[in-house]
Design a protein around this ligand. Sequence first.
Ligand SMILES: Nc1ncnc2c1ncn2[C@@H]1O[C@H](COP(=O)(O)OP(=O)(O)OP(=O)(O)O)[C@@H](O)[C@H]1O
Ligand SMILES: [Mg+2]
Length: 242
Amino acid sequence: MARKIVVTSGKGGVGKTTVCCNLAVQLARRGERVAVCDLDFGLNNADVVLGLEDLAVYDVVDAVEGRCRARQALVRHPRYPTLYALSSNKIAERYVSPQAVRLVLDSIAPQFDYMLIDCPAGIEDGFHRAASCADEALLVTTPHISAMRDADRVAGLLQSYRFGRVGLVVNLVRRDMARRGDILRPEELAAALRLPLVGVIPEEDKFFFDNVAERSRAFRLLAEACAGAGGERRGLFGRRKR
Ligand SMILES: Nc1ncnc2c1ncn2[C@@H]1O[C@H](COP(=O)(O)OP(=O)(O)OP(=O)(O)O)[C@@H](O)[C@H]1O
Ligand SMILES: [Mg+2]
């Protein structure tokens, strides 16, 4: 049965979709069977980041509403044979119950080792829908005060889901600034948020992320940490410290 991991942040634009898709590619390159489940209804863009734009015939809401079977809504990646994407609804947000989406995801879970769930920004319905489909969470933040504040809020909310594991990914890190003390170091952020640090992603040139960054060392290390192959030192997922 797949590990279902929601990639969330609270604040928008901090890199949830980037982390979700790049982690998926690195896991697939390790031979894992991975589904990227885009639950950011309306603003969906995981298919674009994965380079699968316009390939989906059906989306997750079609599966929820019975217009197709869940597996018919999966698109296989032409480059990574064990990587699939479940697209989100392209029309604006409308009410779709968390339970119904969870049933759809559960029906395809036996086919995968990992299901990475891309969560919308904010802490409203869409956040709860995505979180209620998962049993683990990756919280993405950046070393900026506004993102951290939202991450703290979300970390608190995630506690009510009683996830087996929650891990922190710090994105857009500039080591030169962290060294100079201009921004919080990822380790300090993790300590402040009382979460295990599972990934540190440097800020890259914009063109690096036009698509997935296959050769990224940071995402490869994140995949190793998630797969439990990184050893204790890299801070495997754990529980939030009290
Ligand atoms: N480490 C990075 N270095 C440089 N650019 C990045 C990095 N991470 C993300 N980006 C860029 O930042 C923008 C926002 O990233 P992304 O779409 O992944 O954020 P998001 O949290 O999913 O946003 P939303 O809340 O809108 O869903 C994108 O243009 C992406 O390419
Ligand atoms: Mg996104």
